[in-house]
Design a protein around this ligand. Structure first.
Ligand SMILES: NC(=O)c1ccc[n+]([C@@H]2O[C@H](COP(=O)([O-])OP(=O)(O)OC[C@H]3O[C@@H](n4cnc5c(N)ncnc54)[C@H](O)[C@@H]3O)[C@@H](O)[C@H]2O)c1
Length: 316
């Protein structure tokens, strides 16, 4: 195994994203020192990662023989100071709360070397806001993964106004070393790149559902079998090239004024949220997951799908 460009990583926050990010760095051969104020997350880290790795091994994407090597690279720490001590790169995956992140980034500077990089997994906050109270904001940037990070290959890299070029290139090199594809943004904006694109699609999908244009089942099947099908193989701009930009220009002219520009959540969706129908986590959202077997079957099907698409992503 080649030596990683940064050997010592710290991961702060071990929830949905943090445990999987810790796995990515440990699988690349890094030592990963971990901290979360909720001690149950540290205690369950190894088993959560074993489960992920067994699933990847079953799909032929990793070796069962490596599982215990990966898990042995975790060090569970009792404090954030202990976790970041000696780290070259800190990946923050604490709750999505600007005040927590601002305080954490300012505090961590007291326990790290001058050139340690501080990266946030935030889905929404620009680093210029998170690093507001830092002494050396040049070493901080956003590295935004997609859930689950151990399977999804893209990481958005978003420098803040003060982030140095050295910080960006070191973070990009580390991400590439883990086998992920960093995508650097030239401009810092809320939602970065993908959440903006995703929100544009979801706004239209919610509007169509709210207006009863098709059922939830039919909307999902239609998108999967058309847009999703194509996008699993090529990007949206290549889709336009294959169809012809002359055609796309016409479609844009004919539809741009027709599609939703809503700034309010449609009533149907607002009612679901108000009734605490949040999706898989509450047993009901657009679909019903109240039966544990249904949830397990759907989760397994989703993960099998992700694993197959991951093979496709790496093949072209
Ligand atoms: N869930 C997603 O799909 C997704 C995708 C990409 C990025 N993110 C981002 O990743 C980050 C973590 O999200 P998540 O979904 O893993 O949330 P989560 O709620 O599953 O986990 C957050 C963890 O942070 C811990 N925590 C809370 N306060 C802390 C503090 N002060 N210091 C250290 N740890 C603290 C909590 O105990 C919890 O274990 C957020 O910034 C989120 O926006 C989430």
């Amino acid at each position: 195994m080649t030596t990683p460009p940064i050997q010592n990583i710290a991961v702060i926050g071990l929830g949905t994203i943090g445990h999987s990010v810790a796995q990515v760095y440990a699988a690349a051969g890094c030592t990963v020192r971990c901290f979360d104020p909720d001690p149950t997350t540290g205690a369950s880290l190894a088993n959560r990662v074993r489960t992920n790795l067994k699933q990847m091994a079953a799909a032929g994407l990793s070796s069962r023989d490596d599982i215990e090597h990966v898990v042995s690279r975790f060090v569970i720490c009792d404090s954030e100071a202990e976790a970041v001590s000696g780290a070259g790169f800190v990946s923050e995956a604490a709750a999505e709360d600007l005040t927590i992140k601002q305080a954490l980034f300012a505090r961590l500077e007291n326990h790290i070397d001058r050139h340690t990089i501080l990266a946030s997994n935030t889905s929404t906050y620009p680093m210029t806001q998170i690093s507001r109270d830092m002494v050396h904001p040049d070493r901080a940037l956003v590295t935004h993964p997609f859930n689950p990070p151990h399977l999804l290959p893209i990481i958005e890299v978003v420098p803040g106004k003060s982030t140095s070029e050295q910080t960006v290139s070191a973070a990009m090199a580390l991400i590439e070393f883990t086998g992920k594809r960093p995508v650097r943004l030239n401009l810092e904006m809320p939602g970065f790149l993908i959440n903006r694109i995703q929100m544009a699609m979801v706004r239209e999908v919610w509007d169509l559902l709210d207006r009863g244009v098709a059922s939830a089942e039919d909307i999902d099947a239609a998108v999967r079998g058309s847009l999703g099908f194509r996008l699993a193989a090529i990007g949206p701009l290549a889709v336009c090239d294959f169809a012809g930009l002359d055609i796309w220009a016409k479609v844009f002219d004919n539809l741009a004024a027709e599609i939703s520009a809503d700034q309010q959540i449609p009533n149907t969706i607002r009612t679901l949220v108000d009734n605490e129908h949040y999706g898989t986590k509450s047993g009901r959202g657009f679909f019903n997951y109240s039966d544990e077997n249904t949830l397990k079957t759907r989760t397994d099907a989703r993960d099998r799908g992700f694993l197959e698409i991951l093979k496709l992503f790496h093949s072209n």
